[in-house]
Design a protein around this ligand. Structure first.
Ligand SMILES: [Zn+2]
Length: 204
């Protein structure tokens, strides 16, 4: 049975406030909550300047070709969490907000992707909101079994290895990767440590 309007509206307001606290643009918040820009503007007086300006990218090219391996890894981690929440019966809006919080909490340092970028990933992944046609998907890597983002139909990781394979290959000599995925106390040199920390393995 559908929830009463008052409950849906209160939930939308709560989501909007959560999005603001995560640094979302007004356009993003409007998509997620269904509230109009006018309604959102009334919630936050202009003097508070809580909304960012600017546009989201129109395509997923930046995701596949124009980001470094560390950012791509974190995008895949967010996507895996987001999809897992959807599979657990979270609504799309709740899954974006909760998924981003979970992703940010598991980062060893400052997260590399903004809430707006995470929103864009959700759109391209599920074909919703700002991007009604899905253009990317999560695939299980045949080599390390992590879930990684790629354009739909691009299975090059079957032969080349995914973004997590590349992180693992560079782990011992790249301090940035070590800082991103600090080793646990045991077993320090496990080649599975990156994937285990990321919680994105396909078989878990
Ligand atoms: Zn891999």
């Amino acid at each position: 049975m559908a929830r009463p309007y008052v409950e849906r509206h209160i939930h939308a307001l709560s989501l909007a406030h959560a999005c603001v606290q995560l640094g979302a643009r007004m356009r993003t918040i409007s998509y997620i909550t269904g509230l109009t820009h006018t309604e959102l503007a009334k919630l936050y007086p202009s003097g508070e300047r809580v909304f960012k300006c600017g546009r989201l990218p129109a395509s997923a090219d930046w995701l596949i070709d124009k980001t470094n391996v560390l950012v791509r890894a974190e995008l895949s981690i967010f996507a895996a969490i987001f999809c897992r929440l959807i599979d657990s019966d979270f609504g799309l809006s709740d899954a974006v907000v909760a998924g981003y919080k979970m992703y940010a909490n598991m980062c060893a340092g400052p997260s590399r992707i903004s809430f707006d970028r995470a929103f864009d990933v959700a759109c391209h992944l599920k074909g919703i909101w700002a991007h009604p046609t899905a253009s990317i998907a999560l695939y299980p890597c045949p080599q390390c079994h992590s879930l990684y983002l790629s354009s739909i139909g691009n299975l090059s990781a079957a032969s080349d290895g995914c973004v997590f394979c590349r992180l693992l290959a560079r782990y011992d000599r790249d301090p940035r990767i070590q800082a991103m995925f600090p080793c646990r106390r045991v077993p320090v040199r496990s080649r599975h440590s990156v994937c285990a920390l990321a919680h994105v393995k396909a078989d878990t």
